[in-house]
Write a protein of this length. Structure first.
Length: 202
């Protein structure tokens, strides 16, 4: 009988500990979740504007050497509203920009949209910078390298800016694991790896 109070005390301590952990997670997760949602929204805006710009430019080009054709956009349209839409849009975006690093001369479609693409990506990094600063401040985290890169990318004009954008979801997760964006690489991991390899060999 003497062990009963000890057991009761043990389970009470365990229950309190579990509740405290739950409360801590409850306080932290919503902040991370809100930050992820904001970054995803801004990231998806770049993909959406890129797809729209490429679709419009492709209609005015007769060059058959482009890395992509209209059928990709037709297939993408079938996924509007589904979970796979943005991972597929990411795949199309990566495919379009792959020629920037693995061909002697970029295709006509990419040349037509590249200036606007870079502007859109720079704006993306400019917009997420205060969101990241606010999150890291509220969670008392320091990520100097990440923030230095984001600051540099918002003013970058080199072609490497495209690769920085493509790799950003993985870069962010490596630096701050709780800020995990949707699985953009679901269909395009091989393409992005190839772009990175070609860029580093150039």
């Amino acid at each position: 009988m003497s062990s009963s109070p000890s057991k009761a005390c043990f389970w009470l301590i365990l229950l309190i500990s579990s509740l405290l952990i739950s409360l801590n997670l409850g306080e932290e997760n919503p902040v991370a979740s809100v930050t992820v949602q904001k970054i995803e929204m801004l990231y998806n805006q770049v993909l959406k504007s890129s797809i729209d710009n490429c679709r419009a430019a492709l209609q005015n080009l007769n060059d058959t050497s482009n890395a992509i054709d209209k059928q990709y956009f037709v297939e993408l349209d079938k996924l509007v509203g589904s979970q796979d839409y943005y991972s597929t849009a990411y795949f199309v975006f990566a495919l379009i920009h792959s020629s920037l690093f693995n061909q002697p001369s970029s295709d006509q479609l990419l040349l037509a949209v590249l200036p606007a693409e870079k502007t859109s990506i720079r704006q993306f990094f400019s917009k997420i910078r205060p969101e990241l600063l606010k999150y890291f401040t509220s969670t008392q985290q320091v990520h100097l390298e990440l923030m230095r890169n984001v600051t540099r990318w918002q003013n970058e004009s080199a072609d490497s800016l495209l690769l920085s954008y493509l790799e950003f979801p993985e870069t962010l997760q490596n630096q701050a694991p709780e800020l995990r964006l949707m699985d953009y690489l679901k269909q395009a991991k091989g393409i992005v790896s190839g772009i990175a390899r070609e860029f580093h060999l150039a």
